[in-house]
Design a protein around this ligand. Structure first.
Ligand SMILES: Nc1ncnc2c1ncn2[C@@H]1O[C@H](COP(=O)(O)OP(=O)(O)OP(=O)(O)O)[C@@H](O)[C@H]1O
Ligand SMILES: [Mg+2]
Length: 307
C-alpha cells in the first residue's frame, strides 16, 4: 500500500481535480484506491457525495475531523469506521477495482488551531514528543488500515502548510505537486519543497531523540504535473510553455512529460455528477483528447510510484 499526498500552497491549481481523476482512473484499471479529503473546503468530498447526504450521514460522525478530535480528547479511535464507498462511482466502475473515500469537514479549520495548543510541553523533551505525536496522527491511522485493503491511498491536501497538511506529508511515501503554467502558480514550488525537507528533518531529528523508537520518514517527491494546459497544434501555447520549461530547468524536480489539458465545460460540472471526468464516456473528439491527457498522466504516475 503506497501513500501519496497531492499538495501545493497555491489555491486552485487542480489538487482536487488531479486526486479525483487519478483515483477514478486507477480504480478503473483495477487498483484498490482510498482517497482521503484533508481540506476543510471539502471539495473532494462533494465530488463523490451529495452535500445533502453528507449532512445527514457524515457530518457528525464520519469525517477525518473525528480522528483529530479523538487525538485532542484522548479517546479511542478507529479510522476504518470512516471509510465509505460512494455508490455513483461504484456503479460506474461496474466491478473493476475499488474506490473508497474518507470525507472531510469544514470544522478542520479550527482543528489546526487546537492541534497547535497540543504542541507545547513543560520541557523541550516533552514538546518534541508532542510534535511527533501530533504529526504522526494520520500515519498512525493509516497503519491501522489493513495493508491488503488498498494498493494506494491518495490524500487531497488544502492549499496551506498547516499542521493537518503536515500530517499528510508524514504519512506519505510520495508527494505529487500539481501546478498551473503561470507565473504565480509556479512561484511557490521552491518554497514548498524547502518546507517539506525542513519538516522531514525536524521530524526525523525528534524521532531519533525520543526513547519511543519512532520510525523515520522519507517521503519522495514524485514531481510536478502541469494542469489546465491549452494547446495549439498539439503543443502547449507559448505563454504556458515558458513556465513548463522554466520549472523543468530550475526546480530540480521531475516534471511529468504529459500534462492535463484545459477544458472548462468538462471540468466545471463534473463534481455534481459524482463521476470523475476520466470515467465519463462521451464521444466528442474534444472529450477524448482531455481524457487521453488524464490517462497519459496516470500512466506516468503508475511508473513513478511503482504500483
Ligand atoms: N484541466 C482543467 N480544465 C478546466 N478546469 C479545470 C481543470 N482542472 C481543474 N479545473 C477547475 O479549476 C478549479 C480549481 O481546481 P481544483 O479545485 O482541483 O484546484 P485545487 O488546487 O484543489 O484548489 P484548492 O486549492 O482550492 O483546493 C475547479 O473549478 C476545477 O473544476
Ligand atoms: Mg482542492
Amino acid at each position: 500500500m503506497k501513500v501519496v499526498s497531492v499538495i501545493n500552497y497555491k489555491g486552485g491549481v487542480g489538487k482536487t481535480t488531479v486526486t479525483w481523476n487519478i483515483a477514478g482512473e486507477l480504480a478503473f484499471r483495477n487498483y484498490k484506491v482510498l482517497a482521503i479529503d484533508l481540506d476543510p473546503q471539502t471539495n473532494l468530498t462533494f465530488s463523490f457525495i451529495r452535500p445533502e447526504d453528507w449532512q445527514k450521514s457524515f457530518a457528525d460522525s464520519k469525517t477525518i475531523k473525528q480522528s483529530f478530535d479523538a487525538l485532542l480528547s484522548n479517546d479511542d479511535f478507529d479510522v476504518n469506521n470512516l471509510i465509505y464507498t460512494p455508490n455513483r462511482v461504484k456503479v460506474k466502475l461496474n466491478g473493476s477495482g475499488k474506490l473508497d473515500i474518507i470525507s472531510s469537514h469544514l470544522g478542520l479549520i479550527n482543528v489546526d488551531l487546537e492541534l497547535a495548543t497540543l504542541l507545547s510541553g513543560a520541557s523541550l523533551k516533552q514538546s518534541k514528543k508532542n510534535f511527533i505525536k501530533v504529526h504522526r496522527r494520520l500515519r498512525d491511522n493509516i497503519q491501522d488500515i489493513n495493508n491488503d485493503d488498498y494498493d494506494i491511498i491518495l490524500i487531497d491536501c488544502p492549499p496551506n502548510f498547516n499542521i493537518v497538511t503536515k500530517t499528510a506529508i508524514v504519512a506519505s511515501d510520495f508527494v505529487l505537486v500539481p501546478t498551473r503554467p503561470d507565473f504565480l502558480s509556479t512561484l511557490g514550488i521552491d518554497y514548498l519543497i524547502r518546507n517539506l525537507s525542513d519538516l522531514v528533518r525536524d521530524y526525523n531529528d525528534y524521532a531519533k531523540e525520543g526513547d519511543d523508537h519512532v520510525e523515520e520518514i522519507n517521503p519522495a517527491t514524485i514531481g510536478v504535473v502541469f494542469n489546465m494546459i491549452q494547446e495549439r497544434s498539439g503543443q502547449p501555447i507559448q505563454a504556458q510553455n515558458t513556465y513548463i520549461q522554466q520549472i523543468r530547468r530550475q526546480s530540480g524536480l521531475y516534471v511529468f512529460e504529459r500534462y492535463i489539458k484545459r477544458n472548462d465545460t468538462l471540468f466545471a460540472g463534473a463534481p455534481e455528477t459524482g463521476i470523475p471526468v476520466v470515467l465519463n464516456q462521451q464521444s466528442s473528439g474534444t472529450y477524448k483528447s482531455v481524457v487521453n491527457s488524464l490517462e497519459d498522466v496516470v500512466d506516468e504516475f503508475i511508473d513513478q510510484v511503482g504500483i
